[in-house]
Each structure stands twice: as C-alpha cells, then as structure tokens.
Write a protein that binds this ligand. Structure first.
Ligand code: C5P
Length: 400
C-alpha cells in the first residue's frame, strides 16, 4: 500500500521512526513528510534511510514533480504521528503552508491522526474544537494515551505505542473508507465478568473479549467515538477508543449506564455472569480441618441488556446484544436465539454457537443477526473484524 507518514514537530517524533519501520517491514511503500519543526527532533537522514525515499518539507522542493498534489492523490493511507496542536489547527483551517498540510488537502484516502502534546494543549478549547471538526470531516483522530509526557509531568497527551497506531490505521483502511459512524457515540462492553467470592477467588467465564474489541476497533475505523467497557480483557484494547475497566457484573452495569446516557449505539458483547456469590468475604475462605465444605449461595445478577433495552437511556438509541448458544434436546442454536431475541427486545441480537473451542477465544466467529421479533436480518462468518463490520452495517441501517 502507498502510505504517507506525516510527522509534526513534537518530542514524540522519534516514535514515528518505529511506525515507519513497522510499515515498511510489512511491505508498504512509505513516503515520510515531516514538518520543518519535526526535523528539529529527528533529522532528514533517518527518514530517508528508513523509508528509502527522499524527504522534503516544502512545496517548493522538486517543483517540477508537483509533489504537494501527487503525494496526496497517490496515497492509499495518510498517517500523521505525532500530530501537534499546531498541525491540528492548520489542518482544520485548510492551510497549505508546507508539504504536509498541502498533502492533507489533496488526499482522498483515509487520514489517521495521532495527536501528542501536553495535557493543557490537548484539553484547550481550541484543540477540542479542532479535533471535533476534523472528526466531523471523517478524519480518524486517535485519542492520545494517558501517561508520562516529556518532562516529569503525566496526563492525557502521550502518543500511543507505534504498534497501536499502525493497527488503528490499517483498521481504518480495512473499513474501506466507510465513515458511516462519524459523529456517532457508541459504547461496547467486552470480556467476561468476575464475581468475587473472597479476595483471591471469583466465578468467571471463558470470554476473551476479542469480539467486543473487534467491534470497538471497527466502529472507531468507521468514524465513531467509542467507549469500550472492558471486563478482564485478554487482548489489548485498540488505539483510539476510551477504555473503562471493570471487574464484576455490577461494575459493568454502572459503567454501561453512565456511558449509555450519551450513546447512539449500545452493544453488550460481554459475557456477564448470571449469578454472583450472595456474599463476598473480606478474608480468604479457609479450608476446614474437618473437611467441611463451605456453602456457596448465589444470587441473580441484573440482566444489563434487558435493562438497557427497557430504559433506552437516550432517545433513538440502537441496542445490540449477543447470545452465545448451544443446541439441546429442546431446539437448535437459532431456536434458542429467537426466543432470546423476543425476550430481551434488543434491536439486534447476534446469535452464535459456542462450546469447547467454538466462538470463545477463537479468531473466527459465525453469527446470525435477529431483530426484536426474532426474524433473521443478516448473517456473517469469518474474522471477528468481518463479523463486527456486518453488525455495524445492520446498526447503520437502523440509525438511518
Ligand atoms: O441471557 P444471556 O446471558 O444468554 O444473554 C446474552 C446477552 O445478554 C449478551 O448481550 C450479554 O452481554 C447480556 N447479558 C447482560 N446481563 C446479564 C447477562 C447477559 O446484559 N446478566
């Protein structure tokens, strides 16, 4: 793929060399376009050696080649990492005072920006407004990480790790330039809850969180502002999304309800424990010398999906649930799925077959999409990202 890597003048510019390396090692042809200020941090020789191409910052270099038009037109993906407050401001206003901003004006492919700056600059009203405008226009702006900044200070504004930037950018390309969730807020639960029994033990389940993480990655790639409520995820959260970590079903319920108030779409992909221990002790439950086994009393957890469906915390909200089913004597997977769709009332229910090695923890998934009446409205099979895209297609139909 032909990629333009824009580098703006911030201390995180050194991390862009690793982004470049990851891209070229996977066979992509990368043109680096640093700003003048970026070259104060990492010199031209580094970019030229690592990309194998000459590097310019100005539209007046190689004029005969008209690079400010050619680079943008030919690019299949533009990544700007780091994007400084100044670069965001110039891009928002359509300035073309260097080769990078000129390239941004001619690019027709997905554009992914990874801002990095001090917390005050990131939170400044001017930057907030610029980011909102860029997102409205379909630019994929990755939320910066929170953590150590240039000096001793910490806070939001840190450039995400190079691997995460590359994964997010490739997901944006995978979405085929679809920006049909731009301006939409979505909240997704993923993973499996752990119901504490004592300080060291819990009742849990086998959910890896992969399908929920795929939904978060693909929604972001389609332009959504994503909150991922992660319960004990075994896979890293994608770059670009806001993550709220939870442990138990009750914590997950609180986090979902708090985010659902502002969400256009709510997806319950987490495996929520139906029961929790009636009490959880502050001390580890001890083994008794006489062999007495402590009783395990369980109480029912709230059905978070059913509550969210009944309450519709925001008007017009689309609610999506999952049903991991196994067939039995009383009916097959779809039979149970239909009954569940009618019971839960979610706008969409993604039904999949599970069992040892099927569905849980695997890279692939197969789902049938049912509406609230139990009617089949779609099906998807393949990678968890492909299944996620099919679910977003059905969601987009309903949002319209
Ligand atoms: O009833 P069942 O657990 O099979 O339903 C699965 C769907 O309901 C999933 O979307 C899951 O996230 C959600 N769920 C929930 N609260 C529960 C149990 C399941 O929201 N206590």
């Amino acid at each position: 793929m032909r990629i333009v890597l824009g580098v703006a003048g911030g201390i995180a510019a050194y991390k862009a060399a690793l982004v470049l390396r990851l891209l070229t090692e996977s066979g992509h042809d990368v043109r680096v376009v640093p700003t003048r200020a970026a070259l104060e941090f990492v010199g031209r020789a580094t970019w030229e050696a690592l990309s194998g191409h000459p590097v310019s910052t100005e539209v007046f270099e190689d004029v005969a080649d008209v690079p400010h038009v050619r680079l943008g037109r030919e690019a299949e993906l533009v990544i700007v990492a780091p994007a400084t407050a100044d670069l965001l401001a110039r891009a928002t206003h359509g300035r073309a005072d260097d080769l990078l901003t000129a390239t941004l004006l001619t690019a027709t492919c997905p554009v992914v920006m990874a801002p990095a700056m001090h917390t005050e600059m990131w939170q400044h009203a001017a930057t907030r407004a610029n980011v909102a405008t860029l997102r409205e226009r379909g630019v994929h702006v990755i939320e910066p990480d929170s953590g150590r900044l240039t000096g001793q200070d910490t806070g939001p504004g840190r450039l995400p790790e190079p691997e995460a930037i590359v994964a997010a950018a490739l997901a944006a390309v995978d979405a085929g330039g679809a920006c049909d969730l731009t301006g939409r807020r979505v909240v997704i639960s993923a993973g499996g809850t752990r119901e504490p029994l004592d300080p060291v033990r819990f009742l849990g389940n086998r959910s890896s969180g992969k399908q929920g993480v795929a939904l978060a990655r693909t929604a972001w790639a389609r332009g959504a502002e994503v909150t991922l409520v992660g319960a004990n995820l075994t896979v890293p959260a994608p770059a670009g999304v806001r993550v709220v970590e939870v442990g138990s079903a009750l914590e997950l319920r609180d986090a979902m309800r708090a985010s659902a108030v502002e969400a256009d779409v709510v997806v319950m992909a987490a495996a929520v424990a139906d029961f929790r221990p009636a009490a959880h002790t502050a001390h580890k439950i001890k083994k008794q010398p006489d062999g007495t086994v402590p009783p395990l009393e369980l109480v029912q957890n709230p059905d978070i999906l059913a509550e969210l469906t009944a309450d519709r915390l925001r008007p017009g909200q689309v609610v999506v649930g999952f049903a991991a089913e196994t067939g039995d004597d009383s009916g097959d997977v779809l039979h149970h799925g239909r009954a569940k769709a009618q019971r839960k009332g979610a706008d969409l229910l993604a039904v999949n077959a599970v069992g040892e090695g099927v569905g849980f923890g695997t890279a692939e998934n197969t789902v049938t999409l049912l509406d609230a009446t139990g009617a089949e409205v779609g099906a998807a099979s393949g990678s968890k990202d492909a299944v996620a895209h099919a679910i977003w297609d059905a969601v987009v139909d309903r949002l319209a």
